[in-house]
Design a protein around this ligand. Structure first.
Ligand code: PLP
Length: 394
C-alpha cells in the first residue's frame, strides 16, 4: 500500500527536487547580494552565480552562448515577452502571426491582446490526434507573417508537435519561430539549433525546480531586438528589467541539469509507468479513450476520457489521488477545455476527461493503487444511476 495522498498532477507543477533546494539555499542567506550591485563582493558573488547558471542553461539547450538566455519569472512571462516583444519589434514589417488552437492561455491571450492593437492572428486547427498539419501551416504563411508560435508539448493532452518540421519551414521562409517549450524542455531532448527554434519559453516549476523562475531562449544573430514588456533598470540586456531572482535562477539551472543527466532513464521509467496505468485501466474498464496521439507524447503524460463518467465527480470520490479534470482549470469560467474541443470531440468527452501527470517521484505501487481505485469507483458509478452517485453522502 503506497503512502497517501498520491500526487499525479506533475504537469501542473512538481515537487522541488531536494538536490535543487540544496543548491539554492546558500543564495537566500550567505550569497544574498543584488546581482546588479557589482561594486562590492556581495553583488559580484550573486552575479557570478547568475552567469554560471546562464551558461549551464545555454549548454543544456545547445544554445550558441549564454547571451541567448533571458531570465524571467516563468513561462507566462516568457510567452508574453516573446510574442509581444517580436510583434512590436517587427510591426513595421508585417502584422500577421500564426499559432494553434491548443496553445496555453499565456500564448492565446498574448495573441488576443495583439489582435486588439491591429495584428492578425491565425489560430491553426489540429487533427484528431492534436497535431498540426505542416502543409496547412505553410498555406497560412504570407509576406506579412512575422511570427509562428507553436508549443512543443501540450500541457492538457501531452502531445508533442513536430517542432523540427515547423522550425525548418519557418527558417526557410525567414519567419521567426517561437515555441512554448515549458512541458518539453528537460523531459525530452530539446536542441534549439537542431530544431531551428528562434525563441523558446521554459519554467523551473514544471521540472522539479522552484516556482517563479523561468527563462526565454532568444537566438543570437537573428537580429532579434525584443521590445521589453517590463520597463525599469534595463537588466538582462534591456530585455527584462527587474532585480534577478538569484536563488530561483540557480534552481532553474540545477533542475535542468539534473533532468538532462537522468533524461534517458527518466524517459524510460515514466513511459513504462504511463503504459502500465493506461493498460491497467483499459483492461478493467470499457470505454477508455486516450486524448491526443498515443505515442507522440510527453513520457509521463496521460489524458483519458472514460465513457459516461464525469471526470470531476470521479475526482471528488478519490480525494487521496491528485489528478486534474482539465475542464475545470482550463479557463476558470466553467467552460470545457478548449484543447479537447479542438480535437473535434463533443462536450461529453470533454467532461469525462482526466489528466494524469506522472513524475520523478511516483512509484509502480502508486500506479497500481490508482488503477484499482479508479476501477472500483467507475464500476460502482456505472452500476448506479448518476444522480445517486453524485449525491451519496456517507
Ligand atoms: C505551466 C505552463 C505555462 C506557464 O508557466 P508559469 O511558469 O507557471 O507561468 C505556460 N505554458 C505551458 C505549456 C505550461 O505548461
Amino acid at each position: 500500500m503506497p503512502r497517501l495522498p498520491i500526487y499525479l498532477d506533475n504537469n501542473a507543477t512538481t515537487q522541488v527536487d531536494p538536490r535543487v533546494l540544496e543548491a539554492m539555499l546558500p543564495y537566500f542567506t550567505e550569497v544574498f547580494g543584488n546581482a546588479a550591485s557589482i561594486g562590492h563582493s556581495f553583488g559580484i558573488n550573486a552575479r557570478r552565480a547568475v552567469e554560471q547558471s546562464r551558461a549551464k542553461i545555454a549548454k543544456c539547450l545547445n544554445a550558441t552562448g549564454p547571451i541567448e538566455i533571458v531570465f524571467t519569472s516563468g513561462a507566462t512571462e516568457s510567452d508574453n515577452l516573446a510574442i509581444k516583444g517580436v510583434a512590436e519589434m517587427l510591426a513595421h514589417k508585417g502584422n500577421h502571426i500564426v499559432t494553434s488552437k491548443t496553445e496555453h492561455k499565456a500564448v492565446l491571450d498574448s495573441c488576443k491582446h495583439l489582435e486588439k492593437t491591429g495584428f492578425e492572428v491565425t489560430y491553426l486547427d489540429v487533427n484528431e490526434d492534436g497535431l498540426i498539419d505542416i502543409d496547412l501551416l505553410e498555406n497560412t504563411l504570407t509576406d506579412k507573417t512575422i511570427l509562428v508560435t507553436i508549443m512543443a508539448g501540450n500541457n492538457e493532452i501531452g502531445v508533442l508537435q513536430d517542432l523540427s518540421g515547423i522550425g525548418a519551414l519557418c527558417r526557410s521562409r525567414g519567419i521567426l519561430f517561437h515555441s512554448d517549450a515549458t512541458q518539453a524542455i528537460g523531459k525530452v531532448p530539446f536542441d534549439v539549433r537542431a530544431l531551428n527554434v528562434d525563441l523558446a519559453s521554459f519554467t523551473a516549476h514544471k521540472i522539479y525546480g522552484p516556482k517563479g523562475a523561468g527563462g526565454l531562449y532568444v537566438r543570437h544573430g537573428a537580429g532579434i531586438k525584443l521590445i521589453a514588456q517590463m520597463d525599469g533598470g534595463g537588466h538582462e540586456n534591456g530585455h527584462r528589467s527587474g532585480t534577478l531572482n538569484v536563488p530561483g535562477i540557480v534552481g532553474l539551472a540545477k533542475c535542468l541539469e539534473i533532468c538532462l543527466e537522468d533524461q534517458e532513464l527518466e524517459l524510460a521509467k515514466l513511459t513504462s509507468l504511463r503504459l502500465r496505468l493506461l493498460n491497467g485501466l483499459k483492461a478493467n474498464i470499457a470505454g477508455v479513450h486516450v486524448n491526443g496521439h498515443e505515442n507522440l507524447r510527453l513520457p509521463g503524460h496521460l489524458s483519458i476520457s472514460i465513457e459516461g463518467v464525469n471526470g470531476e465527480v470521479l475526482m471528488m470520490q478519490m480525494p487521496e489521488i491528485a489528478v486534474s479534470s482539465v475542464s475545470a482549470c482550463s479557463s476558470g469560467s466553467g467552460a470545457t477545455s478548449h484543447v479537447i474541443s479542438a480535437l473535434g470531440h463533443d462536450e461529453d468527452r470533454a467532461l469525462s476527461t482526466l489528466r494524469f501527470g506522472i513524475g520523478r517521484f511516483n512509484t509502480q505501487d502508486e500506479i497500481d493503487y490508482v488503477i484499482s481505485r479508479i476501477t472500483d469507483l467507475v464500476l460502482k458509478m456505472r452500476n448506479q444511476p448518476a444522480s445517486s452517485t453524485t449525491s451519496s453522502k456517507k
